[in-house]
Design a protein around this ligand. Structure first.
Ligand code: NAX
Length: 331
C-alpha cells in the first residue's frame, strides 16, 4: 500500500471545508488507491464545529483515511503537510472597506506562510481558495520563500468548470465532451472566460465551440458575464456561497496537478506569471496549463485576438492594484 499523503485543509469548519474533507477522504482528490491523513485547521470560535467535522470523519469509516488532526494551532496543522488547501480567511462583511478585508487576509496568510515554510514538507503543494485567492497566494509565496514558487497556486478551476457547464447547457452536449476553455486572470468578476480555443467532441469529430454556438454576440457578452457573475447568482439563490462546486473543483485542481491532465486537454490554474502572454511577471494569474508528473506548464502559442487582449489586460490591471493594496497592508 502507498504511504499516506498528508493534506491540510484550513477553514475546515466552514461550508466549503465541510464539503471538501469527505471528498478528499473518499479519494476524489488523490485517487482511490492513495491513503490520506487529514489536518484540519480553523480558529478558536469554530473549534467545536471543527471537532464535529472530525467526529463525522471518524463515523464515516473511510477506508483511505489514516488519521485526522483537528486543531486551532497553525504549527501543528502545518507540520509535515504535503498538500495544503487554504480555504480559511476573513470574509468581506457589509460596510467593510476593501482595504480592511485585504489587511485581515494579508496578516492571516503571512502567518500561515511562515508556518508552512518552517513545518510543511519541503515540496509542499499549495492551493489558495480563500478570497482574494490570487493575492492571498501571492502573499503566501512572499512569506514562504523556501517553498518552490511553482508550488503555490490559486483556484480558478471552479470558474473553468462553470464555463464548461455553460457551453454544455447551451449546445446540449455532455460536459465531458467540452474542453479547453480558459479562465484568464483574477478569480473575481474581471476574470476573462475565453472560448476561442475550446472544442466539443462530436460523432463527426472535434468541432470548435465558436462554430457550434454560431453566435459571437452571446459568446462575447452573456456567456462571459454569466461565468463572471455565477458566484453572485448562487449567493442570491442559496443565500450562501457556492460550496460543493468549489470543493469539487479544488479536488479537480489538485488531482490534475498531481496525477496529470489528460492528453490534449488543458485546465485553468492561478499560477505565478513568468511573463507568458504579456502578463506582468510576479502576479498570480490564471492561465491555461497542462500538468505532468506533478508539474504544471503554461500552454504556449495560443493566438490572442484584440477582444481577448483587452480583457486579459483589464484583469491583470486589477491584480496589479490588489498587489499594491496588499503590500500597503504589510508593515
Ligand atoms: P465560511 O465562512 O463558511 O468558512 C470559512 C472558515 O474559515 C470558517 O470556518 C472560519 O472560522 C475559518 N477561518 C477564518 N480565519 C481563519 C484562519 N485565520 N485560519 C483558519 N481558518 C480560518 O466560508 P466558505 O464559504 O467555506 O468560503 C471560504 C473561502 O472560499 C472564502 O474566502 C470564499 O470567498 C472563498 N471562495 C473561493 C472560491 C474560488 O473559486 N477561489 C469559490 C468559493 C468561495 O467563494
Amino acid at each position: 500500500e502507498e504511504d499516506p499523503v498528508t493534506v491540510l485543509v484550513t477553514g475546515a469548519a466552514g461550508q466549503i471545508g465541510y464539503a471538501l474533507v469527505p471528498m478528499i477522504a473518499r479519494g476524489e482528490m488523490l485517487g482511490t488507491n492513495q491513503p490520506v491523513i487529514l489536518h484540519l485547521l480553523d480558529i478558536e470560535p469554530a473549534a467545536e464545529a471543527l471537532n464535529a467535522v472530525k467526529m463525522e470523519l471518524i463515523d464515516s469509516a473511510f477506508p483511505l483515511l489514516k488519521g485526522v488532526v483537528a486543531t486551532t494551532n497553525v504549527v501543528e496543522a502545518c507540520t509535515d503537510v504535503d498538500i495544503a488547501i487554504m480555504v480559511g480567511g476573513f470574509p468581506r462583511k457589509d460596510g467593510m472597506e476593501r482595504k480592511d478585508v485585504m489587511s485581515k487576509n494579508v496578516s492571516i496568510y503571512k502567518a500561515q506562510a511562515a508556518a508552512l515554510e518552517q513545518h510543511a514538507s519541503s515540496n509542499c503543494k499549495v492551493l489558495l481558495v480563500a478570497n482574494p485567492a490570487n493575492t492571498n497566494a501571492l502573499i503566501l509565496k512572499e512569506f514562504a520563500p523556501s517553498i518552490p514558487e511553482d508550488n503555490i497556486t490559486c483556484l480558478t478551476r471552479l470558474d473553468h468548470n462553470r464555463a464548461l457547464g455553460q457551453i454544455s447547457e447551451r449546445l446540449n452536449v455532455h460536459v465531458n465532451d467540452v474542453k479547453n476553455v480558459i479562465i484568464w486572470g483574477n478569480h473575481s468578476s474581471t476574470q476573462y472566460p475565453d472560448v476561442n480555443h475550446a472544442t466539443v467532441s462530436t460523432d463527426k469529430g472535434t468541432k470548435s465551440v465558436r462554430e457550434l454556438v454560431n453566435n459571437d454576440q452571446w459568446l462575447n457578452t452573456e456567456f462571459v458575464t454569466t461565468v463572471q457573475q455565477r458566484g453572485a447568482a448562487i449567493i442570491k439563490s442559496r443565500k450562501s456561497s457556492s460550496a460543493f462546486s468549489a470543493a469539487s473543483s479544488a479536488c479537480d485542481h489538485i488531482r490534475d496537478w498531481v496525477l496529470g491532465t489528460p492528453k490534449g486537454t488543458w485546465v485553468s490554474m492561478g499560477v505565478y506569471s513568468d511573463g507568458s502572454y504579456g502578463v506582468q511577471p510576479g502576479l498570480i494569474y490564471s492561465f491555461p496549463v497542462t500538468c505532468e508528473k506533478g508539474e504544471w506548464s503554461i500552454v504556449q502559442g495560443l493566438k490572442i485576438d484584440e477582444f481577448s487582449r483587452a480583457k486579459m489586460d483589464a484583469t491583470a490591471e486589477e491584480l496589479i492594484e490588489e498587489k499594491a493594496l496588499a503590500y500597503s497592508c504589510l508593515n
